[in-house]
Design a protein around this ligand. Structure first.
Ligand code: ATP
Ligand code: MG
Ligand code: MG
Ligand code: MG
Length: 479
């Protein structure tokens, strides 16, 4: 089954259960101060959950473009190293807005996985919220009772708040959840160690695929929980993980979701995927990051020096560094992958194809500009590490790399870590602050000139309305 067929089957299955198929919301969030990017399917329905907006349909189904590189859900460091966390991924979801609840959600998720997708029942585990005394939350006995109708009791595991109480961010709708995990190990491995010991344990072949959240609460600013006006179902299944399981691959990257881009990269760099781990990581990081970069630009977020734009710039620079250092490609490469992605997603996310030339141009410009300083930046770093008295990159050097060579701090940290070095983050922050103070002083000077200009009867120069604040860069740099 192709990835496209698997996606369609999900949508069709829930459509057959009375769900309206709706489009993905943009991956870039423009009107929510608590979020830069969509990090789950439920984001676009937040106001319905909170009771601020009526639901147009009681039941909907969709595939949502998500990005997890900042805030509460940040998977950037896993990407490429493991085989199932991406920056950008599709979250398949079915929703009930004050309509059906646990009984139907559980029954349908089981039916879809075991009868439509035909996953063997003895490969599945489910988890149920065990409760939390600190928050005075009861264990989810209701979900437990429903699961018992379908799956052997020893395959139902109790889970703690970290894994089985879903929250979008520090505030917002949340609730207990029940997750489904698949054990993809060989029979021999399964005999040696029981799968239930590996659930939620970062085992590369025992992976979480689907989260069924039962939305009941709203987390307020002071940390307390208040009940929502109505109860809802919010589910999220990682599309790339599902495809990997159904296509029986060892890694999400081996599926037809990622292989077209990996093959295109092989052609461009003249190296083969699947030979050495170090080079493979570079292939995977590029195949992952190009998606995040393209979809965010297509949804209106240009790379820049602040806020969400800086998140995109950092992801892009990270990808450039991977092909530059590990695939030996010294000229812009990412933009060449765009036609592959645009073609692949033409039906499901046509916005990429519609803006292909524009996105390609933006990516090309960004790559070209970083490639102008990357080489000297890497040499600067190597010289520094070669002569450093300790395994520490001081704040001044990290800041020089940022300011002169365009190295985002997380890139400096990545290269430092690869060489057994640590980066003095507070030192970097202090240097950043000094620069901010300098630029503020310079701004005041500029404003002085501006005042003089303003005094002129018919000044032609209208001045700048906004100055980029390094403080914003700082605020969002931790990803
Ligand atoms: P994990 O524990 O693997 O990090 P999660 O518990 O953080 O996943 P949820 O917030 O429950 O994930 O999201 C719902 C589903 O989305 C998950 O069950 C998984 O299939 C998928 N998913 C989550 N994060 C990623 C990611 N970074 N890349 C790909 N799929 C993901
Ligand atoms: Mg996670
Ligand atoms: Mg999890
Ligand atoms: Mg989860």
């Amino acid at each position: 089954m192709t990835a496209a067929e698997i996606r369609q089957q999900f949508l069709d299955f829930f459509a057959s259960k009375g769900h309206q198929i709706v489009p993905s919301a943009p991956i870039v969030v423009k009107n929510d101060p608590t979020l830069l990017f969509t990090n789950a399917g439920m984001n676009q329905f937040k106001d319905i959950f909170l009771g601020n907006k009526p639901a147009a349909y009681k039941r909907v189904v969709d595939t949502q473009k998500c990005l997890r590189v900042s805030g509460k859900h940040n998977d950037l460091e896993e990407v490429g190293i493991d085989t199932y966390h991406h920056t950008m991924f599709e979250m398949l979801g079915n929703w009930s807005f004050g309509d059906y609840f646990k009984a139907e959600a559980i029954a349908w998720s089981w039916e879809l996985l075991t009868e439509v997708y035909k996953l063997p029942k003895d490969r599945l585990y489910v988890t149920v919220f065990e409760g939390d005394t600190k928050e005075n939350l009861a264990s989810d006995t209701e979900a437990m009772e429903h699961w018992k109708k379908y799956i052997a009791e020893d395959r139902i595991l109790m889970g703690n708040k970290k894994d089985n109480f879903w929250e979008m961010g520090d505030t917002g709708p949340c609730g207990p959840c029940s997750e489904i995990h698949v054990d993809c190990r060989t029979d021999e491995e399964r005999v040696q160690v029981p799968g239930k010991d590996l659930v939620n344990n970062d085992h590369p072949q025992v992976i979480e695929i689907w989260n069924n959240v039962f939305m009941q609460f709203n987390r307020l600013k002071d940390g307390s929980l208040e009940p929502l006006p109505a109860k809802h179902v919010d589910t999220g299944m990682g599309f790339e993980r599902l495809v990997r399981v159904l296509q029986q691959k060892q890694s999400n990257y081996d599926t037809d979701v990622f292989m077209p881009v990996i093959h295109a990269t092989e052609k461009l760099c003249g190296k083969e995927y699947g030979r050495t781990e170090k080079i493979d990581i570079a292939f995977r990081v590029i195949a992952d990051h190009i998606r995040a970069i393209c979809f965010t630009i297509a949804d209106g977020q240009l790379p820049s020096n602040t806020g969400a734009g800086y998140v995109i710039r950092r992801i892009l620079r990270r990808a450039v560094r991977y092909y530059f250092s590990f695939l030996d490609v010294k000229k812009p490469l990412l933009h060449e992958l765009l036609p592959v992605l645009a073609g692949q997603f033409a039906k499901v996310f046509p916005e990429l194809l519609q803006q292909e030339d524009f996105v390609k141009k933006v990516v090309f410009e960004e790559e070209s500009s970083f490639l102008r300083t990357l080489d000297s930046g890497i040499r600067r770093m190597e010289d520094f590490m070669g002569g450093a008295p300790s395994k520490n990159v001081d704040g001044k050097t990290a800041f020089e790399l940022y300011d002169t060579f365009g190295f985002p701090l997380d890139l400096t940290m990545l290269i430092a870590n690869e060489n057994g070095f640590k980066v003095d983050e507070p030192g970097f922050d202090a240097e950043m602050k000094k620069q901010k103070d300098r630029s503020r002083a310079a701004t005041e000077l500029d404003m002085g000139d501006w005042n003089i200009l303003q005094d002129q009867p018919s000044g032609v120069f209208v001045g700048y309305t906004e100055l980029q604040s390094p403080a914003k860069v700082l605020k969002h740099r931790k990803i």
